[in-house]
Ligand binder design. Structure first.
Ligand code: ATP
Ligand code: LTN
Length: 329
């Protein structure tokens, strides 16, 4: 069985973009792959997190993974901070990447361009991500479009390590869905739907009031020609809604376009609002069921216990090869 690994930061309320671009694909992969899914809480520290909020977001994210359909019996679900080896491997890998390479990362460049004071963590972030990935030798790393560049850097670092010291890491392949890899803001469809945006009008949150979410779909920004067809460049708003529709119904965009020939945006948006509402309802019901009692703590404990031995073994191998270890352990 091929292996897959991915993580999400607990930095805010989980959005429909996270769900469509990441969580829903994870669920569909679990039958076919051995999956490692974690909560990237060390990564979330790159920007200040109010502690109580961070705890709440972390719990919500674990619960949402499961509510969305991930099965903790089959998937290794864990907290990044529970496996201490990630930070240590991150340090070594950070020593193998150049300032130039890190400076070219779009996520860093975007944040740096904002002219605010930014922490060094944002700059070093890819090295920790490289450690998260290389620790477990996954074949594939499913991510949204915005993370592809980081996985490509990870490949370069793995190759560099392997050629400098001998074969140690599997070189992973990023997996970005053709549809749904970049869900856009509903009010500004040329911008990614993002949980760290100040205004939430264009962003749907999975645990939000369902009627509010439906209203957001109905009032999504679209063009004025009233014809439902996919054209990302000239009709970004309607194309974004078509992607959401397609993913949530498992239907092709062509098929959906055909259904709406001669029908206007009102009907299309009304139907989509219902589809989104039903999906959110299903997830929220399950979320309520699993957030009582100690179930989530048990899942995380079991996940960390499965991940830790692999991480220890990999780190020991790395340290042996690099010459850090001087005695046989
Ligand atoms: P921010 O919005 O603050 O940049 P984020 O949501 O991108 O945060 P993560 O929580 O780490 O950051 O993202 C988790 C996963 O969701 C990643 O694989 C990311 O690529 C994916 N993702 C995030 N936003 C979208 C989006 N709008 N469309 C599709 N996938 C997305
Ligand atoms: N950088 C990712 C979160 C993340 C991740 C990872 C994803 C941290 N480590 C390892 C895949 C594999 C993000 O911001 N979405």
């Amino acid at each position: 069985m091929k292996r897959m690994l991915s993580g999400i930061k607990p930095t805010g309320r989980v959005t429909l973009g996270n769900y469509i671009g990441a969580i829903k694909p994870f669920v569909s992969y679990q039958d076919e792959y051995e999956m490692f899914i974690f909560i990237a809480n060390l990564h979330s520290m790159t920007v200040y997190q109010e502690p109580a909020e961070l705890r709440k977001n972390t719990k919500d994210l674990i619960a949402l993974y499961i509510a969305a359909g991930l099965d903790p019996e089959r998937v290794t679900l864990f907290l990044q901070s529970d496996v201490l080896e990630h930070a240590q491997l991150g340090w070594y890998l950070g020593c193998m990447v150049s300032m130039g390479e890190l400076s070219r990362m779009t996520q860093y460049k975007d944040k740096a361009a904002k002219n605010e004071v930014i922490g060094a963590g944002i700059f070093n972030y890819p090295s920790l991500m490289n450690a998260d990935i290389l620790m477990y030798d996954p074949d594939f790393v499913p991510v949204g479009e915005d993370q592809k560049q980081h996985v490509e850097l990870c490949r370069d670092v793995a190759e560099k390590f392997n050629s400098r010291y001998s074969d140690t890491f599997k070189v992973p392949t990023p997996l970005v869905a053709k549809v749904g890899g970049r869900i856009m803001d509903l009010q500004n469809p040329t911008k990614k739907m993002s949980k760290s945006e100040e205004t939430s009008k264009g962003c749907i949150y999975i645990l939000d009031d369902i009627n509010i979410s439906k209203k957001k779909i109905k009032s999504a920004m679209t063009d004025s020609d009233n014809s439902v067809h996919f054209d990302k460049e000239n009709k970004p708003g309607i194309s974004n809604l078509l992607e959401i529709y397609s993913i949530l119904t498992n239907r092709t965009i062509k098929d959906i376009e055909q259904q709406y020939v001669g029908k206007g945006y009102g009907e299309f948006k009304g139907d989509l609002a219902e589809i989104v509402g039903e999906e959110l309802q299903r997830i929220q019901d399950k979320y309520k069921e699993i957030t009582t009692g100690s179930y989530l703590d048990e899942v995380l404990k079991a996940g960390a216990e499965k991940a830790r031995p692999l991480a220890r073994k990999k780190l020991a191998k790395v340290e042996r090869k690099m010459g850090i270890t001087i005695t046989k352990r």
